[in-house]
Design a binder for this molecule. Sequence first.
Ligand SMILES: [Zn+2]
Length: 80
Amino acid sequence: MDLSRAEILKLARKAAAEHPGARIHFKFTCAKCGERCVLEEADTLYQRGICFKCGSDSPIEKAGFLVIGDASEKAEGGVR
Ligand SMILES: [Zn+2]
């Protein structure tokens, strides 16, 4: 389950503060096929995302995120 944009942005900012130097990649669920997709550009939560699997353009109303590149640590925020 994903969280609302407001909630996930709040958590992402907290994660970014806790992991200096790390990149945040937001994830969303494709409205068409249900695939979990990751936005390519770090630290950016777009309004819409293209599904890498089916190519569908989904509005991103809810999202999760990944924290990548904080030295050896790899943490995950939100819920898969
Ligand atoms: Zn899809």
